[in-house]
Ligand binder design. Structure first.
Ligand SMILES: Cc1cc2nc3c(=O)[nH]c(=O)nc-3n(C[C@H](O)[C@H](O)[C@H](O)COP(=O)(O)OP(=O)(O)OC[C@H]3O[C@@H](n4cnc5c(N)ncnc54)[C@H](O)[C@@H]3O)c2cc1C
Length: 219
């Protein structure tokens, strides 16, 4: 499968030139993100909750407390809309109207499936390794009690859309040609995500080196 299947829900209508339909880009955006916003309707009230996530093949994995309202709703079959947004820049056009934000954004629609037993443990490993590759083998593994307190869900990427906004502003000809427009600075300011140097907590003995998998890893 190399193209995302389009549906009436996922077809991008507003600024369709920003749509991307290849699965490779869908996966690349999801692999670059850390936080997903999960939207569901609870008794008529829309709620949107941010969670960590990871992609596994053509599914999105999330986990949380078994007691969480969001996870209980999703487990009961509530339809969900999940959004992952990566901020890439501020776009400063000559006019305020054309000023905008550069981004890579994915929206996924569907219902979640609860993972249990080994499938859940495998999924938790994927989520952990997505955040810091190498961490799963270094940290203590979850106990049966901790797994019971955790709900792990998967959501198919079958019904999803990708929208990407990039590059410089697109000003109106009249703003590019007028003296007033020419006097205004325009362009874009890139936004980069950057991880700082790891800081040990007070229980790490002095002089303990930062593990290689963390020291050498760059997102
Ligand atoms: C960081 C950021 C800032 C933005 N700021 C603004 C803003 O200030 N004002 C504004 O009007 N819009 C903004 N957008 C764009 C906004 O997300 C919508 O794409 C746009 O408002 C059109 O909405 P619509 O409901 O008319 O889309 P439609 O094109 O009608 O939506 C149809 C389908 O297209 C898909 N889709 C729509 N938007 C997205 C998306 N962003 N990513 C992936 N799939 C999508 C979904 O599957 C949706 O169901 C921003 C987007 C991002 C990521």
């Amino acid at each position: 499968m190399s193209e995302i299947a389009s549906s009436s829900t996922t077809k991008i209508k507003r600024l369709p030139e920003k749509a991307r339909t290849d699965v490779k880009t869908l996966h690349a955006v999801l692999d670059a993100g850390i936080v997903a916003h999960v939207g569901v309707v609870d008794h008529g009230q829309p709620i949107v909750i941010p969670v960590g996530y990871a992609r596994d093949h053509n599914t999105l994995l999330i986990h949380g407390s078994s007691a969480s309202r969001l996870f209980k709703l999703l487990d009961s079959g509530a339809p969900a809309c999940v959004t992952v947004t990566l901020l890439d820049g501020l776009v400063l056009a000559r006019s305020l109207f054309e000023s905008s934000i550069n981004y890579r954004c994915v929206m996924v629609f569907g219902t979640a499936t609860r993972l249990k037993g080994q499938a859940e443990v495998d999924a938790l490993k994927v989520v952990t390794e997505h955040l810091v590759p190498g961490r799963w083998d270094d940290a203590r593994q979850p106990t049966a009690k901790e797994l019971k307190a955790t709900m792990t869900l998967s959501l198919s990427l079958e019904e999803s859309s990708v929208k990407i906004s990039e590059g410089p502003p697109e000003d109106l000809d009249e703003d590019l040609e007028s003296d007033a427009g020419k006097a205004i600075w325009a362009g874009h300011i890139p936004i980069f995500e950057q991880l700082g140097v790891p800081i040990p907590d007070q229980f790490v003995p002095n002089g303990t080196p930062i593990p290689d998998y963390m020291r050498t890893w760059k997102r």
